[in-house]
Write a new protein. Sequence first.
Length: 100
Amino acid sequence: MRTVSNLLNLEGRVYVYLASNNIRQLFLRHAEEEGFTFPDGTMPTQGRTDDIYTLHHDWTINSVGWAGHMAYHNPDCVVGEPLIRVDYGKYRSGSADYIV
């Protein structure tokens, strides 16, 4: 089964796109079940919802804000490690084309 934590195996900065409110709630629930939190310790299902989150190797997640949205839509402009964009709905459904 594809898990949130499996996405940490991708090489680069992982941005997770959540196309609908249902997918957002699913992602946040899965992240929480797997032990992810926001940096301040807030549980994913208790924080505010957004359409794009980043995953970090310290088992935290962040919503990306306006700068992260800009980076998501212009990944070639990001300096440093590659920006990997994952469509969580496709990822969880087993689709092979979950990388945006």
